[in-house]
Ligand binder design. Structure first.
Ligand SMILES: *[C@@H]1O[C@H](CO)[C@@H](O)[C@H](O)[C@H]1NC(C)=O
Ligand SMILES: *[C@@H]1O[C@H](CO)[C@@H](O)[C@H](O)[C@H]1NC(C)=O
Ligand SMILES: *[C@@H]1O[C@H](CO)[C@@H](O)[C@H](O)[C@H]1NC(C)=O
Length: 385
């Protein structure tokens, strides 16, 4: 009650005073004292207070003297200020006075020395990236995704400074930019990469994945594989199989499970020989192509005691398509109540092998293909009429 009846102008006066104080603080924060403008990156800057660095440092100067930045043991806080200054140049926002802040009376265009003002709206230029060194630990994956990285030496030097620093996302972004630009990684680079969390796997081309160390597979988590294509998964599955050779049974299955998206029909058949039963959750992740060629008996063996779990997946891929290709009689034998198979007495047409065989020149003129098609059409016609 008392608050509500208080005279309103008191509140606005307070806001006004608050605003002036804020303006004063902002101006104090921004103005570089005369003679303190940074002309060169040297040890003197180490003794600057943070607000002074903020006010007296120029991003364009930093961009040209990155080697010096890395030579001097600046503090974490100072380096963060440098990063911000550099970003102002990179994003082209340094020219904007005060970025929406109130204008300070005695403050002009900013503390700019004799350096030509450059802007890098496309991201850091190669000349800067080459000399980033430890400053790489302060850039974000978003920064890196704008870069053009064409030098393997640069990649290697940045990998070196990143080791043990927990910048796996930055490393993945760097590799993505380099490989995306057509860059090749040599064995030394791949060996160094093997010391990072493999968040970079899905940016490597299949042939590059082939050269990845087996130890990497032991560190790989399902998240690392989220963006991989089926081609990449196929390479990784085969590497994983080799990598996990020294474990068996349920441990083997736990290890290989994240890679199942790369398994072929033959790989799945091999599971049934090894008495490895996959569960319905894992079945869901199998490539449709690999599942479609399995017989009912093979699927039964593949799931073993987990077969009952399949019922819940009947409407989902890859099971839905697989069911539609099986004879209903075979499906009935599973005792799961799966429906949607081919009714008894109808031909099960394997469209894939028919397409494949009609595509091969040596099969031209062979009888069964066209005859099968005709039979199927006749059956369809008789069903419809
Ligand atoms: C990267 O390369 C592209 C295409 O060549 C170019 O348009 C872009 O400006 C380059 N970016 C940088 C930061 O050099
Ligand atoms: C199998 O090999 C990997 C890497 O070579 C090792 O980390 C793991 O402990 C080994 N496991 C067994 C059961 O030998
Ligand atoms: C698979 O299981 C069957 C039946 O339990 C057994 O006879 C066979 O030896 C097992 N095969 C392997 C490779 O463990």
């Amino acid at each position: 009650m008392a608050l509500q009846t208080a005279p309103p102008h008191l509140g606005s006066q307070r806001t006004l005073a608050h605003g002036s104080l804020l303006l004063l603080l902002l101006c104090l924060e921004k103005a570089c004292p005369p003679g303190r403008e940074a002309q060169v990156v040297d040890e003197n800057l180490f003794f600057y207070e943070e607000w002074e660095l903020e006010a007296c440092m120029d991003g364009a100067l930093l961009a040209t003297q990155m080697r010096q930045v890395n030579r001097i043991p600046f503090t974490y806080q100072q380096l963060h200020i440098f990063k911000r200054k550099l970003d102002e140049v990179v994003q082209g926002s340094a020219r904007l006075p005060q970025r929406g802040r109130p204008r300070c009376p005695s403050h002009g265009g900013g503390p700019h020395g004799p350096f030509p003002r450059k802007f890098y709206p496309q991201g850091y230029p190669q000349s800067l990236i080459e000399h980033l060194s430890y400053f790489f630990l302060y850039v974000t994956p978003e920064d890196i995704h704008k870069w053009n990285v064409t030098s393997l030496d640069t990649v290697k030097s940045l990998l070196k400074v990143s080791q043990g620093r927990g910048v796996d996302a930055q490393v993945a972004a760097l590799i993505a930019r380099y490989v995306g630009g057509g860059g090749e990684l040599d064995k030394a680079a791949l060996d160094t990469l093997a010391t990072f969390r493999p968040a970079y796997l899905c940016v490597l081309r299949p042939e590059q994945l082939g050269s990845v160390q087996l130890s990497v597979l032991w560190m790989t988590t399902p998240q690392d594989l989220g963006a991989c294509s089926s081609l990449q998964m196929a390479v990784l599955y085969h590497k994983a199989r080799t990598a996990f050779q020294n474990v068996s049974g349920s441990e083997y299955f736990t290890r290989i499970e994240p890679f199942l998206g790369g398994a072929s029909t033959e790989d799945l058949r091999a599971f049934t020989w090894q008495n490895i039963s996959i569960d319905a959750a894992a079945f869901k992740k199998l490539p449709t192509e690999a599942v479609l060629s399995l017989t009912v008996a093979e699927v039964q063996k593949l799931l073993g005691p987990n077969l009952v779990g399949l019922k819940a997946e009947a409407g989902n891929m890859p099971l839905r398509d697989w069911i539609s290709r099986q004879s209903q009689e075979d499906l009935d034998r599973l005792g799961l109540g799966l429906v949607g198979g081919v009714p008894n007495g109808y031909l099960v047409l394997d469209l894939h092998s028919r397409e494949a065989s009609s595509g091969g020149p040596h099969c031209l003129g062979r009888g069964p293909g066209p005859v099968l098609t005709v039979t199927a059409s006749l059956l369809l016609v008789s069903v419809l009429s």
